[in-house]
Design a protein around this ligand. Structure first.
Ligand code: ADP
Length: 241
């Protein structure tokens, strides 16, 4: 089980990269923005309650978004997941940790896609031409979303940095190039994850919950140890076979 948060400002390319990662590593992919848009499209009560926030480029209320994710996790807990656009506030991140702990799971890493602000606006305006998303068509709404990101969301990085789970990936370049950089980070975490499942890889076997396997987060020292022992996923797989 690998749970990865793909993080970054609106327009940084999270959706594109999340879909690729999910397919390549056989993970679920939840985009809270997509879930909200689908609720709005279907005209549900939930959708109606969120329409105003989205059209102004504001965040939907934490309580609603967290419930959506909780719902999703109920039926999607048999493999890992890429979280795209969630959590977007520290409150969401805190509740998310509790929610995952309840199902004996955890966030493995937050991958931050670093893109300069002017590029973000350009990309969203371009996307707006064929996405049909009203919130992509107006430069004012786009700028507001970026402002909301800077004011309320960027700080969520600190939450995961404090847990030793934050990774920054320069995300300018082609989709392919960015995918490769992100893939390298994901593979690193896959390696860590596999290592906690096999006590023979452990530097401190007693710390590792072999029966449960995935619930431990490696210390920075353990991560450095595995990086030097197994620089690639292939090398770890060969060792295990
Ligand atoms: P983008 O990354 O381009 O902002 P998204 O599809 O991720 O696009 O989100 C679109 C909109 O949905 C956001 O501007 C926000 O209003 C709402 N939204 C999505 N995820 C969340 C969340 N976790 N918390 C609050 N609002 C959210």
């Amino acid at each position: 089980m690998l749970n990865i948060i793909l993080f970054g400002a609106p327009g940084c390319g999270k959706g594109t990269q999340a879909a690729r990662l999910a397919e390549h590593y056989d993970l679920y992919h939840i985009s809270t923005g997509e879930v909200i848009r689908s609720e709005i499209k279907r005209g549900t009560e939930l959708g109606k309650s969120m329409e105003g926030y989205i059209s102004r480029g504001e965040l939907a209320p934490d309580s609603i978004v967290v419930e959506m994710v909780r719902d999703y996790m109920r039926s999607h807990n048999d493999k890992g997941c890429i979280f795209d656009g969630f959590p977007r506030t520290t409150a969401q991140a805190e509740i998310f940790d509790t929610l995952l702990a309840e199902i004996d799971s955890k966030v493995d890493a937050m991958i931050y896609m670093d893109v300069p602000e002017e590029e973000l606006v350009k990309r969203i305006l371009l996307r707006g031409k064929d996405s049909g998303r009203a919130d992509d068509a107006s430069e004012d709404v786009i700028r507001n979303r970026i402002e909301v990101y800077n004011a309320q969301t960027a700080v969520v990085a600190d939450f995961y940095r404090a847990q030793g789970k934050f990774e920054s990936v320069p995300s300018m370049g082609t989709i392919e190039e960015v995918a490769e950089r992100i893939g390298a980070v994901v593979e690193k975490y896959l390696r860590y994850n596999m290592s906690t499942k096999a006590s023979c890889f452990s530097t401190t076997p007693t710390d590792i919950d072999v029966a449960n396997g995935s619930s431990k987060t490696l210390s920075p020292e353990e991560k450095a140890h595995f990086d030097s022992m197994f620089p690639s996923l292939d090398s770890l797989m060969q060792f295990m076979n």
